[in-house]
Structures are given as C-alpha cells and as structure tokens.
Design a protein around this ligand. Structure first.
Ligand code: PLP
Length: 476
C-alpha cells in the first residue's frame, strides 16, 4: 500500500482519462449542469463517480476504499475503520443494533444525541439512563463519573452495552479509561459517540481519544472537527468483543447503496492532511484559543470563557480547549442575543447557543484572524444590567419511566396542552435545541417541574423539539 490517499488518487486518475459516461450519476461529470450550478459545483462533478472498475465498493471493499479505510485505522490505532457517508448517526445506529438485540438493556448517557434514541427504537432496546451533573454557574452538563457507571451497572440487570458521548458538544470529557474498565468487568461493550472528537488523536495538547481509553466501538464525525465534507464520518472498532459480521450487516442495511465518492475522498484527504499537518496546526489553534480566552475574560464586560482548569475543578476528566464556550449571563445577555449580535453586527457565526452560553468550534482549519474577529466583536458589545437569576438553567430532571422508547413509538399518541401533561407518558420526547439534550425522554412521565422547565425554555425563545403550539405528544 504505497499510495498516500488511495481513493483520492484513483478518482483523479479516472477523471484524467476524459471518460465517456454511460453510467450514473446523471450529471455526467458536468454536462448536465446549467447556469450558476456550473461555477458553484466547479470540478466536483468530475470526481462524483460511482462503483466503476478501479474505484472499489464501500459495501465490499477490496481496493482503493479498503486501502483508505486501512490507512484511517492505522492513524487512529483501530483494528478496523469503516467509512460512513451518513454521518455519525449511521455509525451510532449500526453500533447499537450490532451490540444488542431486541429486549436487551443498554445504558445510555442521558445527554446523548437523538440518534441514540432512534437506535433504542429501531433495536427495541431498554434504556437505563446515566445522569450527568450540571454546573450551576454555567448550566453546562459535566462529566459522567466512573463511580456512577459502576453503581448503575451494579443495579441494572445484564447490560449489553454502555453508550456515552465523549467529548460533549461543549468539549467536556469523562474518564473513558476508567469507564471502559468498569463496563468490561460487567461483560458489556463500550460504545463512544466521539462525534466531536475526531481531532483528539492528532495533538498532545488535546484529551486522550476513546479508542486509546479502551472503547470497543467509536464513532467520529470527521466532518465536524476535521477538514472533511459534511456527512463524512468514521466508525472504528478495536478488540475482539465486537461481532464484526453483525456490525457489517447493519452497516450494509443502513448505509446507501450509492455512497458519495466526494464524501469518501474527503475522508481520505482529511486523514492524510491531519497526519501531516494536524499536530502543528492544532498547536497553533490551541494557542489562539488560549489567547482569546484571556482577552475575553479580561474585557470587564461580564463574559466568562471557561478553560480546562475550570472544568477539572468540577470533576471533569478533561476539556477540549479548541472549544470556545462563552458564558454571557454576567453581561446580562442570553446566548441567543449574543449569537444574534455576533452574526448581524460582526459576521461571526457560532456553532450553538443555549440559554446562557455561546459555543464556538475551532479546528485545524481555523485562522488567527477568525479568533481576532470574535474578540473584536465581543469588545464592541455594551454590558447590560445583570439579572442572572432570570435565566433558567438546564436541569437533570430524573423522571419516572413508564415505557421503553420503542413501545411509545409503536403505540398511539395524541397531543395535549403542556399544562395538562403532568403524569402523562411522553411520546417523542421534549428536546430544547440547542443543545439537544432531552428534558423529557420518550417513555418518561411529565412531572410538574418538567412542565415548568419547558415553559421557562420556551419563554426565552429556545426552539423546543416536541413542543408545538403549546402542546406535547403523549401516549393515549
Ligand atoms: C454528540 C453528537 N453525536 C452524534 C451526532 C450525529 O452526527 P452526524 O451529524 O455526523 O450524523 C451529533 C450531531 O450533531 C452530535 O452532536
């Protein structure tokens, strides 16, 4: 295997032949495009190819795709790496469906992504939720403690797999190694949703990655933190606990039979770029981020940009310092107002905001001037009178479970006014976006406090999935 980017190289070779296309895709490498589409897509259609001889097949890789996957596995220290063309979402689904069978119990991070709930429904799995403490000052969900995992595993019966998000959207890291040890002691698999941590492997200045920590299945959205195209992701497998045949069957059922060569080539390229340049560029970005943090905290405007030390003092194992979390309650602003200001007045677009925080994601492709623009923008904001108590904080509500998510998904549901939902069982769940962490999970009962929280979030203009015209879906 001599080539450096096997898949990219095969696509370039093919395009150089000026081939006549009697195959899909329908754009025929450009001629099908008109008007602005021609310049918009540029050279992309020439490489947007299909399973031609020499270009391999994602579903039974034996050539360029196999080689590119093997190089990715080597870079991450995995035994096997699978290219994903439908984001981490499809990797999470395939991992869950391969690790557990209908009726099995799985332990799930209460702050997990919605794809994990889809996995619970599709696999007819029984969840036991792992709580996360919440930092009262910033409202940010903190780390899952290994002790909590041990306690929960001790109480639950025959858990097949434990699924945790690490790092979280905000960059919070739990102690994956200590968690993996406890999970394996109980004979379960550890699946880590590392959607936001594909860059960890490439810098000593970042937290350790989940594969190194002993996880069995690790899913990463390369498109989130590496220079890869949207949807491009990886599923890594390590060790002999995973049934790889079953995993591949699941991937075969869940992934399209027409995977995008553009997305797959971008994965090949992202791995190559990070191996060559990742450490240097991430080192620079970490310096820019540290400087920006100092400047933001020193502005005297009430903004607070926490660092790793802050989160470690609150029990977190580590923190991804490429994330810029700006707590704005001290400046009398909601996350939404800060986001609005930064977008409209400074042309700075963040990744997400919540009630009291704004989150900026930075990567090896971020530039020094991007950080400068953010700091300048924040400097231009006039502080307002502080009334932090007005702002509701995220709460771990610890609700009673009445049914499993798949049962409610298959049952009959109807809508009721939020005020009349107390004691009723949630159908689809109630999830404020951002940050996308459920207040009420499917199958949980609405409590009076949950209803109050939903109203508080709604009053602050946060979009809430599962709340429509003041009504929520409940089991009939
Ligand atoms: C924690 C987490 N896991 C998984 C996903 C799904 O990733 P993808 O968009 O690559 O499917 C997301 C997406 O935002 C996420 O935030």
């Amino acid at each position: 295997m001599d080539s450096k980017m096997p898949l990219v190289e095969r696509l370039v070779e093919h395009a150089k032949k000026s081939p006549v296309s009697f195959h899909v895709p329908g754009h025929k490498g450009n001629a099908g495009l008109l008007g602005a589409g021609v310049s918009f897509f540029g050279e992309v259609p020439r490489y947007d190819l299909t399973e031609l001889p020499g270009l391999d097949n994602l579903h039974s890789p034996a050539g360029a795709i196999r080689d590119a996957q093997q190089l990715a596995a080597k870079a991450y220290g995995a035994d096997y790496t699978y290219f994903l063309v439908n984001g981490s979402t499809v990797g999470i689904l395939a991992s869950m469906l391969s690790a557990a069978r209908p009726g099995d119990t799985v332990m799930v991070d209460r702050g997990c992504h919605s794809s994990v709930f889809s996995g619970l429904v599709l696999g007819r799995l029984k969840p036991v939720y792992l709580p996360r403490p919440v930092d009262p000052a910033t409202g940010i969900p903190l780390a899952i403690s290994p002790g909590e995992v041990e306690r929960s595993l001790g109480k639950a019966r025959r858990v097949k797999a434990v699924i945790i998000t690490n790092p979280t959207y905000y960059g919070i890291c739990s102690d994956v190694k200590a968690i993996a040890d406890r999970v394996h002691e109980k004979g379960a698999l550890l699946i880590v949703d590392e959607a936001h941590g594909a860059h960890f492997k490439f810098s000593d200045g970042l937290p350790g990655d989940a594969l190194d920590g002993g996880a069995d299945l690790v899913v990463q959205s390369a498109h989130k933190t590496l220079p890869a195209m949207t949807q491009g992701s990886w599923l890594h497998v390590k060790g002999d606990r995973v049934d790889r045949e079953r995993l591949e069957r699941m991937l075969g059922m869940l992934q399209t039979t027409s995977p995008s060569y553009i997305i797959m080539a971008s994965l090949d390229n992202a791995r190559y770029m990070m191996e060559r340049e990742g450490a240097r560029r991430l080192g620079e970005v970490l310096e820019y981020a540290a400087r920006a943090r100092l400047e933001i905290n020193g502005m005297g405007k009430g903004f607070f940009c926490p660092d790793g030390q802050y989160f470690k003092a609150r029990g977190c194992h580590d923190f991804d310092s490429t994330k810029l979390v700006i707590n704005c309650s001290g400046a009398g602003l909601t996350g939404q107002r800060l986001d609005h200001f930064l977008r409209n007045k400074c042309g700075v677009y963040g990744e997400l905001y919540d009630l009291v925080n704004w989150l900026g994601v930075t990567t090896a492709a971020s530039r020094r001037e991007d950080f400068e623009r953010l700091v300048q923008g924040l400097n231009g904001i006039k502080p307002e009178p502080v009334d932090g108590d007005l702002l509701p904080r995220f709460e771990d509500l610890r609700l009673d479970t009445a049914a499993d998510p798949w049962e409610v998904a298959e049952g009959r549901c109807s809508r009721v006014e939020l005020d009349r939902a107390e004691g009723r069982t949630a159908c689809g769940g109630v999830i404020p976006y951002p940050p996308g962490i459920p207040l009420v999970c499917p199958g949980e009962r609405f409590s009076a406090r949950a209803i109050e929280c939903i109203k508080e979030y709604s009053a602050f203009g946060i979009t809430i999935k599962g709340l429509k015209d003041g009504q929520v879906e409940v089991v009939e």
